[in-house]
Design a protein around this ligand. Structure first.
Ligand code: SAM
Length: 258
């Protein structure tokens, strides 16, 4: 193979193989090499029959090798003339470090393209029956990482109670602290709240309740290890009527008390 290849950062969507975009499927069909980091993407192998696949992640959405190493791999394989797809969970530019990969490629003079994906920030709530901006209930939604308190605290502290729907990614382990913080800032303990895990995967489950109960909300054992997010706001109150994620219906015992 001669000449410089190219790299496409493809958003794989939230989990299910049929939630990738048509353009993402086309880029996979053209690929010589796919570097992927989501277990759910395994089912997408049929879209890239001639490609070699390298797993660079531990489990859904989390990669196991250092970002700098991955950036160098992308550059190296493109310089060998390969057509490379970097398949990333959700959308590559939403908490996905796709921007860093794009910058590394630009700096190295490698042609690259981004194919947006369906972000779990909206897909997981949608599949759980939560329209993040429902007319009359919410006119905005805020997506924030719940990974580090130092990052989310100043953002949540500025928000007036009920001023927006909150979508908190990477925050399952912080759910008690986040709920306490919002209540301390004047949010009612009765504000509807949800935990949505493994959306669009066989591990799909959700918990629907209120801020008061969020800290004690349990993720069912069948969903252990699946990625999940929190949703807070009046729109969560519509979940019972609008849920459509058929992968795994919510077990009764994990329903909250709305
Ligand atoms: C590193 S971020 C990547 C987000 C991704 N780029 C996107 O746009 O969806 C990983 C977080 O996304 C959320 N997430 C990803 N897939 C999910 C799913 N199927 N169900 C619920 N949350 C998910 C979780 O909050 C998880 O901790």
């Amino acid at each position: 193979m001669t000449g410089v290849g190219r790299v496409t950062l493809v958003g794989a969507g939230p989990g299910s193989a049929d939630l990738i975009t048509v353009r993402g499927m086309r880029r996979l069909a053209e690929a010589d090499l796919v570097l992927y980091d989501a277990l759910s993407s395994e089912e997408m192998r049929v879209y890239a029959p001639k490609a070699r696949w390298f797993f660079v992640g531990k489990r859904a959405c989390r990669q196991s090798i250092a970002q700098e190493v991955l950036n160098r791999l992308l550059v190296r394989y493109a310089r060998r003339g390969l057509t490379v797809v970097r398949l990333k969970c959700g959308d590559p530019f939403v908490f996905g470090r796709g921007g860093e990969e794009g910058l590394a490629l630009a700096e190295a003079g490698i042609p690259f393209e981004v194919v947006p994906g369906v972000s779990s920030a909206v897909a997981a709530p949608a599949l759980a029956g939560i329209p993040v901006t429902h007319r009359g209930l919410a006119s905005s939604f805020l997506v924030v990482t719940g990974h580090h308190e130092a990052t989310y605290a100043p953002i949540l502290d500025q928000l007036g109670p009920d001023s927006a729907t909150l979508v908190i990614m990477m925050g399952l382990g912080q759910r008690a602290r986040i709920a306490e913080r919002l209540i301390a800032r004047g949010w009612s303990g009765g504000t509807p709240a949800a935990v949505v895990v493994g959306a669009a995967t066989p591990q799909s489950a959700r918990w629907i309740g209120t801020l008061d109960g969020l800290g004690a909300a349990e993720v069912p054992p069948t969903s252990a290890g699946a990625p999940g997010l929190l949703v807070v706001g009046a729109v969560v109150g519509l979940a019972a009527e609008l849920a459509s994620d058929s992968a795994s219906p919510l077990p009764q015992q994990h329903k909250g008390q709305t």
